[in-house]
Ligand binder design. Structure first.
Ligand code: ADP
Ligand code: TPW
Ligand code: MG
Length: 591
């Protein structure tokens, strides 16, 4: 930073009152404010007016990871937020860059992950008069509905308080996305360095613990007391909270079976004897008391009602959530516990001990037996050696890899690729599985893999449908540039859901859901200096993944999957609207 350096030199030794004072500016106050609050990484795409902000941040010792597209930088920031409980920072240019980042900001908010989107913006006076500035857009108003909070910083002296507000908004209560609008002119504003330093704000206790009220705990224990077939559902809010020890204690002391939502897998190992993942249908249908821990009764749990949940009114819910408004969102919550997961779970453990809650041994045995039987059925399918490989053959290999190397982080997206990997690949450690989240968004894979590698330093395997990968594939260059230990495994079935679709008009255009057959995605990785492999058998796949994990080199394994192996929309085909006339019009639809 030459500004302060030269000013200091001039000042040195003279001690005169009128010597030039050390100066700072908007650029450096932003950097200092982030660093003061323990934020040391920015996920970024450079351009006017924030190119130099990225440069200076790097010069000041921050890790600045430059992406090829803001959406991926944004997904990376949001996943960094999920993994670290600190807001992930995404930095973009004005209008188009801002809009590219906005999808990720909305996705972060939807998933309850803390993230701050910092976008440069053009001249306020010109924007407000719509006079056509470079990349003109009223970004603040546009961002507002997509995030928890949106702020604009008009003066350098406000940077400290604005960044403090942004951080607290992102991580307190229910975490989410925050937008921070940075007009370019403000970055160049000069301030006296000592005055500037005084404007910085360190956020004290940014996500204050929220303990549940004793009567709410007593109510929950009452409900537990009456349970014969209880169930604990762990969600990604529980994974986020990092109260891993308390959660394990609750599960093991209560003796209740537990069902992890996809990103809560690994809070306790999937191989834990109380894990009910392989007996999901049974426990959802038959449980009489369900304790939701940082999980919502949204579409992913059929809204807590309907056939999947058994006879209407057969359940009582206890729900732990930081957000009081989540209670009764879909069904009646008999015992709401509003607070952070760690505090609520600890309170339950204490209450349980006082009131002598006994493990439901018979029920647990029933669940365990069902899970074992289902896993046994699956085991044979995972060992098949079909060529082309089906999902089971390829995932049988990856399941073994993750069993042998449980410290590896799994990133997962696609339709069949997602649904099958979620149920087949066991996760042993908390926050070691990152996927499409609440929206089921495609394209999160590369940003998530990059963030996971940067934030944890661990090996990452990204298991990607070929379509999913296409939304973010250019970031393999970023993976190579930063030499990250990321192994991308593409389940290449030549298309969306399946690779054997037909054009029902009989015309020459390909079907809407298919891609160029046998595309060589592996060569994309090679183009940037990484390792590429095209594999067609389980043995080849196993060798290639193990090599990638041992070498920690950027690797892309293009795994050929039978184009006919997948189902339309994977496990959620039932959510597609139906056309009553299609069967009559298109003979092919009857297949
Ligand atoms: P899943 O998809 O795994 O079921 P959701 O994203 O639907 O999980 O739910 C996560 C829930 O966790 C949200 O309702 C959110 O308010 C809540 N939550 C997030 N962080 C915490 C926390 N630290 N303590 C308690 N609840 C939390
Ligand atoms: C941002 C809709 C859901 S799943 C999917 C799409 C396009 C791709 C499935 O094919 P893939 O997996 O990845 O090859 P597989 O194994 O079944 O063949 N745009 C966004 N998000 C979503 N969810 C979609 C579109 C979709
Ligand atoms: Mg596919």
């Amino acid at each position: 930073m030459t500004l302060s350096g030269s000013a200091q030199d001039m000042d040195a030794g003279t001690g005169e009152a009128d010597a030039p004072k050390e100066q700072t500016d908007g650029f450096h106050l932003v950097i200092d404010a982030l660093k003061l609050n323990g934020i040391n990484t920015i996920y970024n795409v450079p351009g006017i007016p924030i190119t130099d902000l990225g440069r200076y941040a790097q010069a000041q010792g921050m890790r600045v990871i430059s992406f090829r597209h803001e959406q991926n930088a944004g997904y990376a920031a949001s996943v960094a937020g999920f993994l670290t409980k600190k807001p992930g920072i995404c930095m973009t240019v004005s209008a188009p860059g801002f809009l590219n980042g906005l999808t990720a900001l909305a996705n972060a908010t939807t998933n309850c992950w803390p993230m701050i989107l910092i976008s440069g913006s053009s001249e306020r006076e010109i924007v407000d008069l719509a006079q056509g500035d470079y990349e003109e857009m009223d970004q603040l108003s546009i961002a507002r509905p997509f995030c928890k909070a949106a702020y604009r910083l008009n003066h350098a002296e406000d940077i400290g308080i604005a960044i403090a507000r942004a951080i607290r908004s992102a991580v307190s209560g229910r975490p989410g996305g925050v937008y921070l609008d940075i007009p370019g002119a403000m970055l160049g504003e000069v301030m006296d360095a000592a005055e500037g330093a005084k404007t910085l704000v360190e956020v004290i206790d940014p996500a204050a613990r929220q303990r549940p009220a004793p009567d709410a705990v007593a109510r929950a224990i009452d409900v537990m007391k009456g349970a014969e077939r209880p169930l604990i559902i762990l969600g990604k809010g529980a994974a986020y909270d990092q109260s891993d020890d308390q959660i394990r204690e609750l599960v093991e002391k209560s003796g209740y079976p537990f069902l992890p939502m996809s990103m809560a897998k690994g809070l306790l190992p999937d191989t834990h004897p109380q894990c009910a993942a392989a007996a999901r249908s049974l426990v959802l249908k038959d449980a009489d008391v369900v304790i939701m821990v940082g999980a919502r009764l949204n579409w992913l749990l059929s809204h807590g009602k309907g056939r999947q949940w058994g006879a209407a009114g057969n359940k009582r819910f206890i729900q732990i959530d930081i957000d009081a408004e989540e209670m009764d969102s879909n069904v009646e919550i008999a015992a709401p516990l509003v607070g952070d997961v760690g505090s609520c779970v600890s309170a339950l453990i204490e209450g349980m001990e006082d009131r002598g809650i006994a493990p439901p041994k018979e029920w647990l045995d029933t669940v365990h037996a069902k899970a074992e039987a289902n896993m046994e059925k699956m085991a044979a399918r995972l060992q098949n050696n079909n060529v082309p490989m089906d999902y089971h053959a390829a995932l049988g290999v990856l399941k073994q890899v993750f069993t042998e190397q449980p410290d590896t982080i799994l990133v997962n997206e696609g339709a069949n690729t997602l649904d099958m990997a979620r149920s087949i690949v066991n996760i042993q450690k908390p926050r070691h599985r990152i996927d499409v989240g609440t929206w089921g968004v495609m394209g999160i894979g590369m940003g998530a893999a990059i963030a996971a590698a940067i934030e944890t330093g661990k090996n990452v395997v990204a298991v990607e449908g070929d379509s999913a990968f296409g939304f973010c594939g250019m970031e393999v260059e970023t993976i190579c540039r930063y030499n990250l230990p990321v192994c991308v495994v593409i389940f290449n079935n030549n298309g969306i859901y399946r690779g054997d679709g037909e054009n029902w008009s009989g015309g020459d255009d390909p079907a809407t859901t298919v891609f160029v057959p046998d595309a060589r995605y592996d060569k994309m990785m090679e183009a940037f200096g990484g390792v590429g492999a095209w594999v067609k058998t389980p043995d080849e796949l196993r060798r290639a993944v193990n090599e990638a994990l041992a070498s920690r080199k950027p690797t892309l394994i293009n795994a050929a999957i039978d184009p006919a192996a997948g189902k339309e929309s994977g496990n959620i085909g039932n959510l597609n609207p139906q056309s009553v006339v299609a069967q009559a019009r298109y003979p092919q639809a009857r297949k």
